[in-house]
Design a protein around this ligand. Structure first.
Ligand code: HEM
Length: 493
């Protein structure tokens, strides 16, 4: 009886099984999962000792599990490192499905990321755009024409923007870079060590891996040293009010909303400094790699497909007067081809090939298989949007498919009614930043195409090979030639 059967997968070899699974993030085992899905069908399981991880590759089953089953998969497995350090992992991304998650998520989505607030961040976007244009326009080293690794510049500009939204302050380059570097080091160390931390029971790990845990504490302390003064500056700013505010201070910030939170479940207390810091770190991390990776893939496609770039440029020119400084948020709504380009980028190159891990709150069923309570469940995002049975020539970059008459016409990335592609996840745990992610992608792509013609460089051709980092990045970074289309304005102030 299939109803009580667990999903198929490789035999659980007590040691080997756990090594394969625990030393790899889902992205690293992607080829293995593709083979398993080919052999066993769209629901497969990997076992690591007592732990069961299930992967779902079918869009209809994903809809049934994440949308039709309500909150069945709205929980997350706990974060091993947080438990080891005796910390809370209560952030929007990691918190279990409960009142604290609901409060934190509502705070983020209904305050900082609310469309009305996002509109007020227009000067922040303009600043990041100028930073980006200035850095992209800088001549490269030596006499050769500029061929920068553009992804690093995208990353820096996105980080500037999110730092400003988070702390409400326009920091100078060394300050932004110091935060980016400290966050990066912490992330890399965590990613490297998390599989090892999960190998043994907590008591053993605490003893055996004490030096690694000390290093982790040290990296966290460094992040704290950089972020706490910015948080305290917002505290001061709140007290001082309007007139005496510092000039570089912005009116709104994510930190302002975090300072106002009261945890009703926990004696109606405010968040501690450490709790505010992890929310800020998460905010910066969640929106930087994802967006900058996607920008690189989209620009790579526009370099490889000059006729698509030309069509987009023509749409931009037809929509915006030449003397306007930028393509603004309002202008973006008038550009259906731009939207199609972004959707096609997210379909063919989703920056995350998997969502974050979900946890089954109770025994449930997916595709006729039993998913026992506590199982980790993930979804194969890239598999769904590259499926030949669902998309015409899926490996072809064709924005037209999202225009009337195309096979992607009317696709809704929230997947509420049905899933065609799910680059942001779907259901209760859908990306909290979906709205600004789409806005940032449209805004930066439109402005970059308006400022520069993006050309392929002979000897540095575009190569679509993939590499897993925190997101799936270009193995050979994009290095185009950028030819200014308009007189440059170089001031970043
Ligand atoms: C192209 C850009 C982005 C992509 C492709 C993306 C994708 C995703 C994905 C796949 C998830 C996991 C969904 C799941 O577990 O089912 C997620 C979660 C999340 N994202 Fe994004 N994201 C992007 C940008 C952003 C931005 C700009 C922010 C905010 C500044 C953000 C904040 C979050 C948060 C807070 C969560 C956790 C949601 C929860 O667990 O309730 N993301 N995102």
């Amino acid at each position: 009886n299939q109803r009580s059967r667990l999903p198929p997968g490789p035999p659980s070899l007590p040691l080997l099984g756990s090594v394969v699974w625990l030393t790899n993030s889902p992205s690293e085992i992607e080829p293995l999962l593709w083979r398993l899905v080919e052999r066993h069908g769209p629901v497969v399981a990997l076992r690591a000792g007592p732990r069961l991880s299930v992967f779902v590759a079918d869009r209809r089953l994903a809809h049934a599990a994440l949308v039709e089953s309500g909150a069945a998969l709205a929980d997350r497995p706990p974060l091993t490192s947080a438990a080891l350090l005796g910390e809370s992992d209560n952030t929007v991304t990691r918190a279990g499905y409960g009142p604290v998650w609901r409060l934190l998520r509502r705070n983020l989505v209904a305050e900082t990321l609310h469309p009305s607030r996002v509109k007020l961040f227009a000067p922040a976007r303009a600043w990041a755009r100028r930073v980006l244009a200035e850095k992209l326009g800088e001549p490269g080293p030596g006499a050769a024409p500029a061929a920068p690794r553009v992804v690093e510049t995208f990353h820096y500009a996105m980080f500037c923007l999110l730092v400003l939204m988070c702390f409400g302050e326009r920091l100078d380059e060394p300050a932004v870079r110091a935060i980016a570097a400290a966050q990066r080091e912490l992330l890399v160390y965590l990613a490297k060590n998390m599989p090892v931390f999960a190998l043994f029971p907590a008591a053993v790990t605490k003893h055996l891996l004490r030096s690694r845990l000390d290093k982790l504490r040290e990296l966290k302390r460094r992040v704290k040293e950089l972020l706490l003064p910015l948080i305290n500056a917002r505290r001061e700013n709140k007290k001082l009010g309007g007139e005496s505010k510092k000039e570089t201070m912005f009116e709104h910030s994510y930190v302002d909303t975090l300072l106002d939170i009261r945890l009703h479940e926990d004696g109606d207390r405010p968040l501690t400094d450490d709790e505010i810091i992890i929310q800020c770190s998460e905010f910066l991390d969640a929106g930087t790699d994802t967006t900058s990776t996607e920008l690189e893939w989209i620009m790579a496609e526009l370099v490889k497909n000059p006729s698509i770039q030309e069509k987009l440029y023509n749409e931009i020119k037809a929509t915006i007067d030449d003397d306007k400084e930028e393509v603004s948020e309002e202008d973006l709504h008038k550009m259906p081809y731009l939207k199609a380009v972004i959707l096609e980028g997210l379909r063919k190159h989703p920056p995350a090939h998997f969502v974050l891990p979900h946890k089954a709150a109770e025994d449930m069923e997916i595709g006729g298989y039993l998913i026992p309570k506590g199982t980790t469940v993930n979804f194969m995002v890239a598999q769904m949007s590259r499926d030949e049975r669902e998309w015409k020539n899926p490996m072809e970059f064709s924005p037209e498919r999202f225009l009337p008459g195309g096979d992607g016409e009317g696709v809704d990335v929230t997947g509420t009614k049905a899933i065609r592609m799910m680059p942001f996840g779907v259901g209760r745990r859908i990306c909290a930043g979906l709205g600004i992610a789409m806005l940032h992608l449209e805004y930066f792509v439109a402005n970059m195409v308006r400022e520069f013609e993006w050309q392929e460089v002979a000897g540095d051709e575009v190569d679509f090979a993939e590499k897993n980092e925190f997101t799936v990045v270009m193995k050979k970074p994009l290095r185009p030639r950028l030819v200014p289309r308009r007189p440059q304005s170089t001031s970043t102030h």
